[in-house]
Design a protein around this ligand. Sequence first.
Ligand SMILES: C[S@@+](CC[C@H](N)C(=O)[O-])C[C@H]1O[C@@H](n2cnc3c(N)ncnc32)[C@H](O)[C@@H]1O
Length: 238
Amino acid sequence: MAVESIYDPTFVKNLFNEMARTYGVVNLISSFGFAALWRKQCARIITIPCDSRVLDLMTGMGELCAVLSPSLGKQGRIIGVDLSSEMCARARQQLVRHRCTVEILEADALASSLASESADVIVSSFGLKTFSPDQINRLAEEVARLLKPGGVFSFLEISVPPNRFLRWPYLNYIRHVIPTIGRVFLGNPENYRMLGIYTERFGHCGGAARALEQAGLHVQQDSYFFGCATGVSGRKPA
Ligand SMILES: C[S@@+](CC[C@H](N)C(=O)[O-])C[C@H]1O[C@@H](n2cnc3c(N)ncnc32)[C@H](O)[C@@H]1O
């Protein structure tokens, strides 16, 4: 398969449509619960006033919406955006559990109809790796467009740790063990192998940080558990 085609939105959409049934449990077990912890840390890095308009890009099943909604008041609002209809359907099933208004929008984050300067906060967990470097640049432009002046953002993604003693077992784990866990939970192991390929190609959030900075945002890079996940957070100048 040509490298460019793995970043084609239709390919990514089909991948997650197929994985939606098993993604939640495989993600929880294969990350030993770290994924849930990192989402909370990703949200805590930024200050989110309780009446914020929040965008959760690549929301999946709304995992970050669930983290954020208890701290938002009745005036708060979250829009979760995702390309995959199956992921969106599962996110909508969770809506009754949220305290603030949560809406799920099925759309490509690179081509959404969302209004400019409509978000106080933009967050995203584990949604960057399926973007090519060129798409990351476009996403950064989109984040800069959607944020209000003074608005804040925090992105998190699984990454390849820099320490070589950690890197070897880690790569073995994502190449071989995670697809096996996927199979155990009746998912297609090839889909979970694809996630490993995306992760290795993505590396870490350094490229996204540069792209967001070039788009005019103030950025800081974040590291979670020795770089097994990295993040980029910051603010749009007021
Ligand atoms: C690995 S899942 C992460 C889901 C969730 N945010 C979490 O914390 O587990 C990545 C999600 O990004 C979505 N996605 C990938 N490319 C997208 C795009 N261009 N626009 C919107 N969603 C996209 C996929 O459909 C998938 O649901």
